[in-house]
Write a protein that binds this ligand. Structure first.
Ligand code: SAM
Length: 242
């Protein structure tokens, strides 16, 4: 796909989160580590475990950003090939540097693209994973349909996404953290005056059951939801239907 073909999507993304991620790319990993209280790596490892890799698979890491999930997947088993796709060139540039430093250039390729309109043929990948990315898609159902299309029948789709726990002991605490602490610490660390992105995008994400139903609508079967860290993050796993 050329940049021109992609321009419609780019425009839409520029109006939304595309520019935002370009702006914070250099500080994204630090923000992630601090705002997740160091838990983000553990959450990504859970997503990788859910793929049940045995080695030799070809994996799509959608909304790869600075490549942490792609690197985790590539390092988890031998002979794995990972393609990471993201519409933020700055995030990709940071990720490519990390891939080089990890010595994984042969296993991991990061490229520019829109998850709602992928350049790959049907059934190209064995599995797909996406961490903290789907909530940024203007059309999430279309993103899920694309994952379902490019992954072979029986392949897995593992989706990590932040959520606001609505009940339970952690609900109040987590709301306080996301609404009061995250915008302030985020603004300080990102240099952006108003770091509202995280709280607004989490609040705009549908409840877990609704999102699981959307996954089924997109052609995924045996969909399961695994709340992590008291439901602050959900891991959704589905299998591409026959
Ligand atoms: C919060 S970051 C997550 C990055 C990475 N997956 C991680 O675990 O750190 C969200 C990413 O979603 C990407 N994104 C936004 N819209 C997208 C789209 N339509 N298709 C693919 N990626 C998208 C952004 O550019 C950004 O890099």
């Amino acid at each position: 796909m050329t940049t021109e073909e992609f321009s419609g999507a780019t425009k839409e993304l520029e109006g939304g989160d595309g520019e935002f991620f370009d702006e914070i790319a250099a500080r994204y990993d630090l923000l992630n580590r601090i705002l997740s209280l160091g838990l983000d790596g553990r959450w990504r490892r859970r997503a990788v475990q859910a793929l049940e890799l045995s080695g030799g698979e070809v994996i799509l890491d959608l909304a790869t950003g600075t490549g942490d999930l792609a690197i985790e997947i590539a390092g988890s088993r031998s002979e794995i090939t990972v393609v990471g796709v993201d519409p933020s060139r700055e995030m990709i540039a940071v990720g490519e540097d990390k891939v080089r430093r990890a010595g994984l250039e042969d296993a991991v390729t990061l490229e520019f693209g829109d998850g709602q309109n992928l350049r790959f043929d049907d059934d190209h990948f064995d599995h797909c994973a996406i961490a903290f990315g789907i909530r940024n898609f203007p059309d999430r159902l279309q993103g899920l349909r694309e994952m379902s299309r490019v992954v072979r029948s029986g392949g897995k789709v593992a989706i990590l996404e932040l959520s606001e726990p609505r009940k339970g002991v952690m609900a109040g605490m987590s709301r306080l953290y996301v609404h009061q602490v995250v915008p302030r610490v985020g603004a300080l660390l990102s240099g952006s005056e108003q770091y509202k992105y995280l709280q607004e995008s989490i609040a705009a994400f549908p409840p877990a059951e609704e999102f699981a139903t959307m996954m089924e609508e997109a052609g995924l079967e045996d969909v399961t939801v695994h709340p992590l860290t008291f439901g602050v993050v959900n891991l959704f796993v589905g299998r591409v239907g026959m």
